[in-house]
Every structure is written in structure tokens, then in C-alpha cells.
Design a protein around this ligand. Structure first.
Ligand SMILES: Nc1ncnc2c1ncn2[C@@H]1O[C@H](COP(=O)(O)OP(=O)(O)O)[C@@H](O)[C@H]1O
Ligand SMILES: [Mg+2]
Length: 377
């Protein structure tokens, strides 16, 4: 199997930083494409193409350099990727898959057409479409920018018929969709990987806890009925079966108050909800992705510890990053700290994360919370 492969990664954020670690361990070299010269993965990449993610000529330059091309961010120029695949570049996931997932409306339409359960949703081209969604789904419902949204930026909870106009004005010129609001007991997630053999493998179902639409905490495995976990697993596998391309996919789901599992969205890449796998699994989501996209054999997705908790270290001010308290956090037994090396901190920016594993969930939760309390950035 190929070692010493030249891997190209579009994006140089924390996900690329964590992908390059197992890539190096397996004997590969990595080049990134990212507009920020001091991005997290620039610390470890062999070469760095400094360009926008959707710059066609820069993507072509990266492709010329590498044997295998992959992504860590979905806002890339998918058309150029599809064109490059036709000339023999090996790209995973594929350009057509990325294109479908880039547009939340196209993504949900594809899922719903194949019977994957999603919240009800509709296209929005005019204020009247928002109002019609309110009539149909009731209030609140959610308006979502179809493209480019992340960490909840791009979403608005629409609370009343009057509020429709405010939301419409706020998103002027942005293609939108409307979506039924799901009252959920929990948000669930998992990582599904299409391996180099084209099999699908799946990590445990985890619970993700969002505050202000951004992931704060992940509990692995989710404390849910085994039947519900099986249903979530099947839903995630059925969704990824519809998409081409190898590598990791992050699958976000809702478990509603009446115990129905809905698919929220799919990311064509490694995912924040799978960071815990670095410490909790023999083969992390990152290594699994590297193995899949470089033609190597897959590994196990099983956790080797009963529980893991991951807490994000989000910025709480705007300015130069100054991590403090890392050693105090490390003084707690079993606490792993990851700082991404971003130069600037911003409110709610993902600056690092903490993972704790162990056999007692309450102890693991308490340690993770205390470790997070000790760090400022
Ligand atoms: N239909 C919905 N019902 C209830 N909450 C939702 C719905 N859609 C999104 N949310 C909330 O907003 C968060 C972010 O929405 P999501 O569509 O996943 O966008 P992003 O691309 O920003 O992650 C979700 O994790 C969830 O907490
Ligand atoms: Mg999401």
C-alpha cells in the first residue's frame, strides 16, 4: 500500500492540523491550501499554497503536486475538483459529493428523495415563502442560508409572522431555505467513513451539546436507548450510502422529544464531534480518513474506553491569543489538551479542545468541566 504519498489538503485549519499527524505517522507528506499564512496546519505541513479555498488555479497547482487530494473545509471550488477528477487526479470525497452538500437545500432534497428522515423543509425565494413556511410548520421555524453557514452563522429562528420581514431583510440577497423546528431531547452525531475498500464503517453515536448554535461539548457514547442508537446509526449509514467518495463524513442528527431521529446535516469531512476519537479509539477519525483517501486498509472504530467527553475551548474575547492555564488543566489526571495555535482569538472561535476518557461518566464530565475552567485563551 502507498506510503510516502504526497497528500494535498484544501484548508489548513485545526482539522488539517489533526489530519497531518496520522499522515506523518503513516509515512505521508502533506501540503495545504489556505489563505492564512499562519493557519494551524502551517505548523506541520511540508508546503503551503497560500490562496483562497475556491481559487481554481491554486487548486490545480495543489493537484499537480500531490498523489491524493482531500479537503478539511467544504467551501471549496467543487467544479474545479470535478474537472480535475476527469483528468485523473484522485480526490476524496468527490467533487460532486461536495457540490451537493455545499447547498443545504440540495443536500436535504437529495436525502428526502431517498427516504432519509429530515425535518420538513422548503425553498425560499420571497418573503411570502417565509410566511408560507410559518403557516405550514408553525412558529418558531428556522431560516437557513443555503450555502456557507457554519457554527449557526447563517441560521435564524423565526418566531412570528411579523418576524419574517426582519429575517428577510437581514438575509437580503442570500439564497435561503426554511425548515421545521425540531424540539429535541438531544443532538446526536457520528462519523461514517467510506474506506479504501468502499465499505462503510461507523463510529459510536455521540451526543453533541450546542450553545448559541456552536458545539460546546461531546459525550461519547450518547446516553440513549440502544434501539435509538441503532436507528441513528442506520439513518447515518443510509445517508452516506447516497454519496460518492471515500473518507470521513460528519453526520449531525436530532433526537426529538418524541424519540424520532432526524438527519440534520452532513459534512464531507472529519468533524468536531469526532475529536474524542484521538484519545478514545485505537484509530481516530483523522487516521481513518487518511487511510481511506490514501488507499490504506481501515482500522477499528471501537472505543477502548467506556466514556469520553470533549469540550471545545472557544474564544471569549477578540484579540491576540494568549493561552493560559494549560498546565493547570494538565495537572488533572487523564486530561488531554489540544491548542490549535491560532494567532487571533475571537468570541466563539474554536481555539482548542479538551478530551477526557474514563470508566465513570460523571467523573469524566467533572474533569472535563474543571479542565476547561482552568484555561483561558
Ligand atoms: N430544524 C432545526 N430544529 C431545531 N434546531 C435546529 C434546527 N436546525 C438547526 N438547529 C440548531 O442550530 C444548530 C446549527 O444548525 P445547522 O443547520 O447544523 O448549521 P451549521 O451549518 O451552522 O452547523 C444545530 O446544531 C441545532 O442546534
Ligand atoms: Mg451543523
Amino acid at each position: 500500500m502507498p506510503t510516502m504519498a504526497r497528500l494535498g489538503i484544501i484548508g489548513g485549519g485545526q482539522l488539517a492540523l489533526k489530519l497531518i499527524d496520522p499522515a506523518h505517522r503513516l509515512g505521508h507528506h502533506a501540503t495545504i491550501l489556505d489563505p492564512t499564512s499562519k493557519c494551524p496546519a502551517s505548523q506541520v505541513a511540508e508546503c503551503h499554497v497560500i490562496a483562497q479555498f475556491d481559487d481554481p488555479s491554486a487548486i490545480r497547482e495543489l493537484a499537480r503536486w500531490c498523489d491524493f487530494l482531500t479537503i478539511e473545509i467544504e467551501t471549496v471550488d467543487a467544479t474545479t475538483l470535478t474537472a480535475l477528477e476527469k483528468t485523473g487526479t484522485i480526490i476524496n470525497p468527490t467533487g460532486d459529493t461536495i457540490a451537493v452538500l455545499q447547498d443545504k437545500y440540495v443536500q436535504k432534497s437529495m436525502l428526502a428523495a431517498s427516504g432519509v428522515r429530515t425535518p420538513r423543509f422548503s425553498e425560499v425565494w420571497a418573503l411570502s415563502d417565509l410566511q408560507a413556511a410559518g403557516e405550514e410548520y408553525g412558529y418558531p421555524f428556522i431560516a437557513k442560508a443555503r450555502r456557507g453557514g457554519y457554527d449557526g452563522r447563517g441560521n435564524a429562528v423565526v418566531t412570528s409572522a411579523d418576524h419574517c420581514r426582519d429575517v428577510w431583510d437581514r438575509f437580503v440577497g442570500v439564497p435561503l431555505m426554511a425548515e421545521e423546528y425540531i424540539s429535541f431531547r438531544a443532538e446526536l452525531a457520528t462519523i461514517v467513513v467510506r474506506t479504501s475498500r468502499d465499505d462503510l464503517i461507523v463510529y459510536p453515536i455521540v451526543e453533541t451539546q450546542q450553545q448559541d448554535n456552536i458545539c460546546h461539548k461531546v459525550i461519547a457514547p450518547a446516553a440513549i436507548d440502544p434501539g435509538i442508537a441503532r436507528e441513528a446509526r442506520t439513518l447515518a449509514l443510509n445517508a452516506i450510502r447516497l454519496l460518492r467518495g471515500r473518507g470521513a463524513f460528519g453526520v449531525e442528527m436530532f433526537l426529538s422529544t418524541d424519540n424520532t431521529v432526524f438527519l440534520n446535516e452532513i459534512a464531507p469531512r472529519v468533524h468536531n464531534s469526532g475529536h474524542y476519537t484521538i484519545e478514545a479509539c485505537q484509530v481516530s477519525q483523522f487516521e481513518q480518513h487518511i487511510r481511506a483517501v490514501t488507499g490504506m486498509e481501515p482500522g477499528t472504530t471501537v472505543m477502548h474506553e467506556p466514556f469520553a467527553v470533549m469540550v471545545n475551548i472557544l474564544g471569549d474575547r477578540n484579540g491576540r491569543a494568549a493561552p493560559q492555564g494549560v498546565e493547570d488543566a494538565l495537572a488533572l489526571e487523564g486530561v488531554a489538551v489540544h491548542i490549535y495555535g491560532k494567532r487571533e482569538t475571537k468570541i466563539a472561535r474554536k481555539m482548542g479542545h479538551i478530551t477526557v476518557v474514563g470508566s465513570d461518566l460523571n467523573t469524566v464530565l467533572a474533569l472535563a468541566t474543571e479542565a476547561r475552567r482552568r484555561i483561558t485563551i
